[in-house]
Design a protein around this ligand. Structure first.
Ligand SMILES: [Zn+2]
Length: 625
């Protein structure tokens, strides 16, 4: 297709725009040498691998591989088409895009999105006019004043009023002869199926235009002024309106949230406005949908790694519901999310009116993290009778199982156990049963190499992951212990901690075997409790707990496969070293060569030792027989 924006203009725009400035609107960037780095907005990460080079005007993520120029960034980040991205930047830089000899056919090709933005702006202006300048808007103006909305807020959020008749907007459209298909796409007019009958989607409602980060209007929300239902109505998704990546008020909240490293998520549009009214401008609301991973990523880009998201609710029940729904999202993105429940009978508006913004911020400072909040709520709800304790654990199992971080999960389990006076191992066992999910089956697939390359970053390389799997197997499938002893697997472990854990488990097992204890499920719990009780180091303890929880259904052949894979990976390690030695020789890198040879020596010595202990062990076994 003929691109109607001349290549030359595109280059001018690219040179004029500042990639750092554009990216900074959605990612917190820090200078690092020639580059700037930040947390990637396109994948979950804890440490920044998203890099922007201002000289070359490009970005690249070393975590997920996404990269490109400023246009690519906007296309990926805001879901724009290429021409849209070019035009948006042109507007920002004040560069005019020449539109010579445009044929009608070409005109039609001009992005549908641009037209929708323009149409939405006209709709906004119409509703704004109805609110501020028309007698029809009297009631709405009074309503807003009664709710304490100042002219400043009404103007800066471009609030409007949709009159009560069925065809106010329909008439505006027909008077201005706007294309029917575009009107349909905007979602602001409803058409009866198989007929030409159309009517306004919003009638007798306060209108809240929804802006994107470039201050274009992407959609609308409408709220009734009495108790009729639905209280809130939203325009449907369109080519420019994606609810799972849009937030109400974000255009105004972005800057203060970045400075404050904190953002409030309120329940409704009026809550956001009330917060703004009281000079708490870092507040947004979702648009009639639950939080999505994209929302969380967008917010993380603004508040940064150390930032805080505070979900504000006016009742415990709403808070608990939201906490349960969003816990995995926030955990997955490593975002510190807190739940703030206002005192009974208050919403943000009434609370701020009565107590002021200072008290609000202070209350927010005491907001609990999602899991402590859920634990707290469960204890409050059920009490500490025996039945209460049972219900508390039942309530929290899914939550505990959903925590991805091993250390964190074991700490919360320990905390809960102490708080309600229940044995920690009993809770671990229950969480383990829940965790026997698809997720873990997937992990086994990965270990067995069916899923292609393994993410090396996640837990210290593939070798360590295999070692962890072997420990999990030892914990979960005691029948494999003799085989592990026979193959002398544990001595080959690279990871010191895992090696000592492995040895300890084997020791416990052999001791138990001598006492002739059968390997039933019940005794396995006893065995695990025994193993846990002999570990005092918290790091090692949580590793073991995570391996108990990340349980899979082991069988003899799966175990043997895993052991063979581990042995092969050890051999590969030897070969890699030989290759490196050869390369160092060829490159005349004497320092490296010396180092590698030393390594080889250590390895050889280790192998000798291992071989001998194996022989000794075999002898020992034979002499016992
Ligand atoms: Zn990335």
């Amino acid at each position: 297709m003929a691109n109607f924006i001349p290549e030359e203009t595109i280059r001018t725009i690219e040179n004029a725009a500042d990639i750092i400035e554009i990216v900074s609107e959605s990612v917190v960037l820090k200078k690092a040498g020639k580059n700037y780095v930040g947390l990637c907005p396109f994948h979950s990460e804890k440490t920044p691998s998203f890099t922007v080079n201002p000289d070359k005007q490009i970005f690249h993520c070393f975590g997920c591989g996404v990269g490109g120029n400023i246009f690519n960034f906007l296309m990926k980040q805001d879901g724009m088409s290429f021409p849209d991205a070019v035009r948006m930047l042109a507007r920002r830089c004040g560069i005019e895009i020449p539109t010579p000899q445009m044929a009608p056919a070409q005109k039609r090709r001009i992005s549908e999105k641009e037209n929708l933005y323009a149409l939405n702006r006209r709709i906004m202006e119409f509703y704004q006019h109805m609110l501020m300048k028309s007698t029809k808007g009297d009631k709405a103006r009074k309503y807003l004043n009664r709710r304490g909305m100042t002219d400043r807020i009404i103007e800066s959020f471009k609030l409007g009023y949709a009159p009560g008749s069925w065809d106010s907007l329909v008439k505006v459209f027909s008077k201005n002869k706007m294309p029917q298909t575009l009107i349909q796409k905007s979602g602001m007019i409803v058409t009866k199926e198989n007929s030409n009958r159309t009517w306004d989607r919003f009638r007798d409602r306060i209108i809240f235009p929804i802006f994107n980060s470039s201050m274009q209007i992407i959609g609308f929300g409408g709220r009734v002024m009495d108790d009729s239902l639905p209280k809130y109505l939203n325009s449907p998704e369109t080519p420019v309106y994606n609810k799972s990546r849009s937030l109400y008020g974000l255009h105004a909240a972005r800057r203060p949230a970045r400075v404050d490293k904190k953002i409030y998520i309120a329940e409704g549009y009026f809550d956001v406005l009330a917060l703004h009214q009281h000079r708490i401008a870092n507040a947004v609301a979702t648009l009639g949908t639950s939080m999505t991973a994209e929302h969380v990523r967008i917010l993380k880009g603004i508040i940064g790694k150390q930032g805080q998201v505070i979900l504000v609710y006016d009742s415990d029940a709403a808070g608990i519901k939201a906490a349960r729904r969003s816990i995995e999202l926030f955990k997955k993105e490593y975002v510190d999310a807190r739940i703030m429940v206002l005192p009974t009978g208050h919403d943000p508006d009434s609370y701020l009116l009565e107590f002021g913004s200072e008290r609000f911020v202070e209350l927010a400072g005491h907001a609990l993290g999602i899991i402590p909040f859920l634990i707290d709520s469960a204890v409050k709800k059920h009490g500490l009778s025996i039945e209460g304790k049972i219900r508390i654990i039942a309530d929290l199992l899914d939550t505990l199982a959903a925590i991805g971080d091993d250390v964190e999960r074991s700490l919360y389990i320990k905390d809960l156990a102490e708080r309600i006076g229940v044995d920690e191992v009993a809770i671990i066992e229950k969480v383990r049963k829940i965790s026997k999910s698809e997720k873990n089956k997937l992990q086994v697939l990965e270990v067995h190499g069916k899923n292609g390359p393994v993410d090396k970053k996640s837990s210290g390389g593939k070798g360590i992951r295999l070692e962890k799997q072997i420990i999990a197997m030892l914990l979960q499938f005691p029948e494999i212990v003799p085989e592990i002893i026979k193959r002398n697997v544990i001595d080959h472990f690279e990871d010191k901690n895992l090696r000592s854990i492995g040895k300890m488990i084997i020791l416990k097992n052999t001791a138990a075997g001598e006492k002739k204890i059968s390997g039933s499920e019940r005794n396995n719990s006893g065995r695990i409790a025994d193993i846990l009780s002999s570990i005092s180091e918290p790091e090692i303890r949580s590793t073991v707990i995570s391996l108990i929880i990340e349980d899979v259904d082991w069988d003899q052949s799966g175990c043997n496969k895993l052991l063979t894979q581990f042995e092969n990976s050890c051999k590969r390690g030897d070969n890699d070293l030989l290759k490196e030695i050869r390369a160092a020789e060829n490159n005349n890198d004497h320092a490296l060569l010396l180092q590698l040879l030393k390594q080889k020596q250590i390895q050889a010595r280790k192998k000798y030792l291992v071989k001998n202990t194996k022989v000794n062990h075999d002898k020992l076994v034979k002499s016992r027989i």
